[in-house]
Design a binder for this molecule. Structure first.
Ligand SMILES: [Zn+2]
Length: 71
């Protein structure tokens, strides 16, 4: 079954390392992008208002790994 409209989960590399799930150590993820709204950015006093975060949802347990793109 296709989740999130993607065909299949896939391996992810972050900062030059293969990503493994924090919870179940699975190595395949569904990639999603999440808009960071201004309210959240303001709350944390970050300067990435309305940037897009990369979200990798574990294909094994569903845990969501969030990453903010570096400039
Ligand atoms: Zn997992």
């Amino acid at each position: 079954m296709a989740l999130f409209g993607k065909k299949e989960s896939e391996p992810v590399v972050v900062a030059g390392r293969s990503l493994h799930c924090e919870i179940c150590k699975h190595d395949r993820f569904w990639k999603q992008e999440a808009q960071l709204n201004t309210a959240v950015a303001t709350f944390f006093n970050f300067d990435w208002a309305n940037k897009t975060a990369n979200c990798y949802v574990c294909d094994g347990c569903g845990y969501i790994h969030w990453f903010l793109p570096r400039k």
